[in-house]
Design a protein around this ligand. Structure first.
Ligand code: G6P
Length: 743
């Protein structure tokens, strides 16, 4: 209260003083305004009476003239009207005409206007000559009552008083409210500082309910950062193949690692020249293969190559990498129907579009679901078969195996199951359209750890569980308790090996630039952009082409001087939505090239074939820019590969804001792929970017990927799994004693 008065009293005094100074000013202003009004009226009246007066004067009857003037004074503001026909004549006036006004005085005492005092009150006199034909020099005298002015001024003062009163009250009220709020906030902030609380640490009691979700996310992020940095800071180590191997030996007692992924890392294909090995275009394989080279163990996958059966041993195993085997692939055979139902149907026509915002409708069919369950069970058999002991560490990969974690848990309760979901996780409303949503969640909650690329997807998963399953969701520890088992949900942003193995076999940057341009029939100094991925509707390939088209329309100097080469590996071509997309990509490329048919070089070169990793790296090294325009992407490792390829610290990355990688790589030119004009501007900026700026950006991004490489990704998950195992063992050994003490 005292505080309020301290603010309000001076304010009221100031407003009062202002009002006091304003009143005389308003009075003077009102008088001037009123008199100007009267004079204008007088001029009008004088003109209006001219004709009737002419008639009346020619009749010679002053009584009729007075009568006429009396009628004029019916107007409440005209007090009297008079007429002087000559200097010595008597005034012919209305009844109330003041006797003190005489025709002889007009020239001297009254120039044109004057205010006189009379017993009746102040009167304003206006004199107007009126050119009447019969009496030249006749003058009309109009007398106005000034009492009207007094009443008007009084009214204005009253209005002014109320206006200032209302103004003071409103200003005082607003001032008090603001003063109270800022004073409290300031005092609370000061107290928090004095108590040593950080800016982000407020007590739970002090957090407003609407800020709770933000507080939760910030705490999770801090915990996450702490967890990611802890192993690095404590050991001052950079994650490499060796540190990962050592972690496995030390923390996980050399446990045999089992990876389950649908796609195998080495595909044996029959060609006219004999059996050849193909490395699939898969971000998952790019990331996991180096991890397995470091960890050894078994990778269980669908044997999809045409020569796969010919290259396995009696137990369907093959040691890889072929040139220097360090781990083995165990192949699972699927019939054409099983592959169509489980892989093409449920996984790629159902779950894939369900989890990506690319506006392709998911299709769910009961027959596909049946195959999905059957194939998951087949892989569970293989896990049990491949495991050395009863507590294996199993890394389950991706949306092909949502049911597998529970199936493993049921058969090997002591297993540590780390599941990683490589694609986005949708919000609960979107996920709920799946007819088998509960079964999928129940399956995934068989995992000990469930990983996503971003915190956002972890949050979406917890929200989904909260909404659709009977489970306890702890948002402090990001743990879900379901059927007596705990699943920890964490963010582990995936990455690539550093340095990438394929880079060693790739020519130098100048050689790559030269070789690629010669291959494509482009001049040496021709500017080149690249896009490299599977031909998938989530990748935004058409949006990328439209951006190139806009660039050439907006800035024709690039027509014939810039070419975008798109490598699009054929993918999932048994699915209708992929076949349709393939056709549209080809049609748009053709349309744009036709639009600029006069150019010396085509704007777009589409290479719709599979490229091995060395060839991919060569294109990355040859390009001036790489454009990743995914409409939705869990992470996107192409962006990271481009950065890893550029040991010359040159080249510009244009990256979609909807790819998980954009969170880690803010030095890329971040774009919205749906905005063709914005993307065209990014292309233009990239093409004109000075060498120094390219180096600064590239250096920062390379440092990030060098540190946050795939060994750290796997290492963090395995360390978390090790902690979990140790805790479980401790509980098994000491559980009863601990309970006794507690009891
Ligand atoms: C994505 C998925 C992977 C998959 C890859 C290639 O990256 O997350 O699981 O391997 O696409 O797709 P494909 O169907 O050819 O294996």
């Amino acid at each position: 209260m005292r505080l309020s008065l301290r603010f309000v009293l001076p304010l009221l005094l100031a407003l009062g003083a202002f009002a006091w100074a304003a009143v005389p000013l308003v009075d003077a202003w009102m008088t001037r305004w009123y008199l100007r009004d009267l004079d204008t009226r007088s001029t009008f009246v004088a003109k209006a009476v001219q004709e009737p007066l002419d008639d009346l004067l020619s009749s010679g009857s002053s009584t009729r003239i007075s009568g006429y003037f009396n009628r004029l004074t019916d107007d409440e503001r005209i007090y009297a009207v008079g007429l002087c026909t000559g200097r010595n004549a008597a005034v012919i006036g209305s009844n109330a005409f003041p006797a003190e006004i005489k025709c002889s005085d007009l020239a001297s005492a009254f120039s044109k206007e004057r205010t006189i005092a009379t017993p009746h009150g102040p009167l304003h006199v206006s004199i107007r000559s009126t050119p009447v034909e019969s009496v030249p020099g006749a003058t009309v005298i109009l007398v106005h009552d000034m009492a009207f002015l007094a009443s008007r001024t009084e009214e204005s003062r009253r209005y002014l008083f109320y206006f200032f009163l209302a103004l003071s009250a409103s200003v005082a009220l607003i001032t008090v409210v603001i003063a109270q709020i800022s004073w409290r906030g300031w005092v609370a902030g000061l107290r928090a500082l004095l108590h040593g609380e950080g800016i982000l640490r407020t007590s739970a009691k002090a957090t407003a309910p609407e800020l709770k979700p933000i507080e939760r996310d910030v705490s999770a992020l801090l915990r996450d950062l702490e967890r990611v940095y802890r192993p690095f800071d404590e050991r001052q180590q950079r994650w490499t193949q060796e540190t990962l191997r050592a972690t496995l030996r030390g923390e996980l007692r050399g446990n045999h690692i089992i990876v389950v992924a649908n796609r195998e890392p080495y595909i044996h294909v029959r060609t006219p020249d004999g059996i050849r090995i193909q490395h699939p275009a898969s971000g998952l394989v790019t990331a996991l293969e180096p991890v397995m080279r470091a960890c050894s163990g078994t990778w269980i996958a669908h044997g999809s190559g045409s020569a796969d059966r010919e290259t396995v041993d009696r137990d369907d195993r093959v040691d890889v990498p072929p040139e220097n085997p360090t781990y083995r692939v165990r192949r699972i055979w699927l019939t054409a129907e099983e592959e169509a139902g489980y892989y093409a149907g449920f996984a790629n026509e159902g779950l894939w579009p369900l989890c990506h915002n690319a506006y392709v409708r998911p299709n769910f069919r009961k027959t596909d679901w049946d195959y999905y369950r059957l194939v998951n069970a087949r892989f569970a058999d293989a896990v049990v078969h491949e495991a050395n002991g009863d507590d294996p560490v199993v890394l389950v990969q991706d949306y092909h195996f949502a049911l597998l974690p529970r199936m493993i848990r049921e058969r090997r309760p002591k297993a540590t199951v780390i599941t990683f979901w490589h694609i986005p996780w949708p919000n609960p409303e979107a996920f709920a359209i799946c007819p088998w949503r509960s079964e999928l969640l129940h399956g995934l909650l068989g995992s000990s750890i469930l990983g996503f690329h971003t915190q956002f997807h972890c949050n979406n998963f917890l929200d989904t569980v909260d909404r659709l399953v009977e489970a306890r969701v702890d948002r402090e520890t990001f743990t879900v308790s379901h059927g007596g088992e705990d699943t920890v949900v964490h963010r582990y942003p995936i990455s690539i090996e550093w340095p990438p193995a394929a880079l060693a076999a790739t020519p130098s940057i100048p050689e790559s630039r030269e070789a690629v341009r010669v291959r494509l029939g482009l001049p040496r100094d021709h500017k080149l952009g690249v896009g490299i991925e599977r031909l998938d509707y989530t990748k935004g390939i058409i949006e990328r082409f439209r951006a190139v088209q806009r660039l050439l329309e907006l800035d024709p100097k690039w027509v014939g001087n810039f070419t975008f080469v798109q490598i699009a590996a054929p993918s999932r071509s048994s699915i209708e939505s992929y076949r349709g997309y393939n056709e549209r990509v080809h049609a748009v490329a053709k349309e744009i090239n036709a639009q600029f048919a006069g150019a010396a070089r085509p704007p777009i070169i589409l290479l719709p074939t599979h490229h091995e990793p060395e060839a991919v790296y060569e294109y990355h090294r040859a390009a001036d820019l790489c454009f990743v325009s995914s409409l939705h992407d869990g992470m996107n490792l192409v962006a990271k590969e481009f950065i890893a390829a550029r040991d010359d610290e040159q080249g510009v990355l244009i990256l979609s804001q909807f790819a998980g990688a954009s969170r880690e790589l803010p030095e890329a030119l971040i774009v919205n792929p749906y905005d063709a004009d914005q993307c065209a501007v990014a292309l233009r900026i990239a093409l004109a970017m000075p060498v120094d700026e390219q180096r600064d950006r590239m250096r920062l991004m390379r440092n990030i990927i060098r540190e946050f490489n795939v060994y750290r990704w796997a290492g963090c998950m395995l360390l978390d799994a090790a902690t979990m195992q140790q805790r479980r063992r401790f509980e098994a050994d000491n559980g009863s004693k601990a309970m006794l003490v507690a009891g």
